[in-house]
Design a protein around this ligand. Structure first.
Ligand code: OSB
Ligand code: MG
Length: 382
């Protein structure tokens, strides 16, 4: 594929209800969408998961836009890539950091390859599942009772895993109430988004009594050593999210014992090539992985579902149906979940497996920038 043009656009999409994590609340998503075009005129959509504020990681939609425009898109325009997998190295050479910006472009190239070869994206990636288990991620609520109501309703709907966002002050009593209401069998986990410090070991140890499947990212993202010390004290497995930004961090995690599960978000690690490397490395060591979410639209979800069909994604992913997030998604068909808590991998359709509702995207667009290959050799365009 020879990349001729990339269009960046920002759309605003209100969430059906605000989503609160330890570091902030979001009510409306500002979403950066990419449209990649090759010389034949074929196109593919992709999504950048960076949020409005740098409260999950240092990137934001605005830094991603800048990185794509200044350093990343110029590095690939006018170049011919044999496959989407070849784009990762080109982008790594273009800039340090900015994984979410890189991932959007890299995954878009995979999407374009799937489109051009008329193959389903999941198949291209090496997926082996036709359906994937779905878990729900529930934001922080004002009271344990309110959270327990939401958890009970999620169980009712069929979700295979219930994840509760926690922070100091909204943790032990909230989890206790939820466990009491949903019963001992429901797979329950918590995600702290790095809200705790090494001094909080006693508090976190109290969570052991609830039989959680894992505690996601209790400590700072750079703190692998203290995660290892904490893991030694806990029966509950630690799952790392923010800490794992490349396969080398998985190596560190394993060597140190910082965790026993990895949440793979392709946006966080720079795309599919890195996601697959992390997946393979975990598989080698017998560690399970699952696919995380970043409140994506139906476009980002398509990429996540495809990734989650790989063999070592043995735990339910944060792959809720479109309806959980949006009054109306921007793709057709919308993403759904069966009463059995499964999402279908669209193996019967080539490309990313959903159509983008272009008219609606146009209507939601607040800014747009088309970047085209100007004929100069790529890499000299900075
Ligand atoms: O830590 O997994 C996280 C959303 C925004 C930022 C960070 C996280 C999340 C989620 C949402 O948990 C999961 C989803 O998209 O359903
Ligand atoms: Mg997380």
């Amino acid at each position: 594929m020879k990349l001729e043009a990339v269009t960046l656009r920002e759309i605003h999409l209100p969430l059906r209800e605000p989503f609160r994590i330890s570091s902030g609340t979001v009510s409306e998503r500002r979403i950066l969408l990419l449209e990649l075009h090759d010389e034949s005129g074929a196109g593919a959509w992709a999504e950048c998961v960076a949020a409005e504020r740098p409260n999950y990681s240092p990137e934001t939609i605005d830094t991603a836009w800048l990185a794509l425009r200044l350093w990343l898109v110029p590095r690939v325009l006018g170049r011919t890539f044999g496959a989407g997998s070849a784009v990762h190295a080109a982008l790594e050479g273009a800039a340090r950091g900015h994984p979410m910006a890189k991932a959007a472009l890299e995954m878009g190239a995979w999407g374009l390859e799937a489109e051009l070869s008329r193959r389903p994206l999941a198949e291209l990636l090496g997926g082996v599942r036709q359906t994937v288990e779905v878990g729900v991620s529930l934001g922080i609520e004002d009271s344990p009772e309110r959270l327990a109501e939401k958890a009970a309703s999620a169980v009712e709907r069929g979700y295979r895993k219930i994840k509760l966002k926690i922070e100091p002050g909204s943790d032990v009593e909230f989890v206790r109430k939820v466990r009491e209401v949903v019963g001992p069998e429901v797979p329950l986990m918590v995600d702290a988004n790095a809200a705790y410090g090494p001094e909080d070991g006693d508090r976190l140890q109290e969570l052991d009594e609830f039989g959680l499947t894992m505690i996601e990212q209790p400590l700072d993202r750079t703190d692998l050593l203290r995660h290892a010390r904490l893991q030694k004290r806990l029966e509950t497995p630690i799952c790392l999210d923010e800490s794992i930004d490349c396969v080398d961090r998985v190596e560190d995690m394993i060597a140190l014992g910082s965790g026993r599960v990895v949440n793979i978000k392709p946006g966080r690690v720079g795309g599919f090539t890195a996601s697959r490397a992390i997946h393979d490395r975990c598989r080698e060591s017998g560690l399970p992985v699952w696919c995380g979410g970043m409140l994506e639209s139906g476009i980002g979800r398509a990429y996540n579902v495809a990734l989650a069909s790989l063999p070592n994604f043995t735990m339910p992913g944060d792959l809720s149906p479109s309806r959980r997030y949006w009054a109306r998604d921007i793709v057709d068909p919308e993403w759904t979940m069966g009463p059995d808590g499964m999402v279908q991998v669209p193996l019967d359709r080539p490309g990313i497996g959903v159509e983008v509702d272009r008219e609606r995207v146009e209507a939601l667009t607040v800014r747009r920038e088309r970047l085209v290959h100007d004929g100069r050799p790529a890499g000299l365009q900075e």
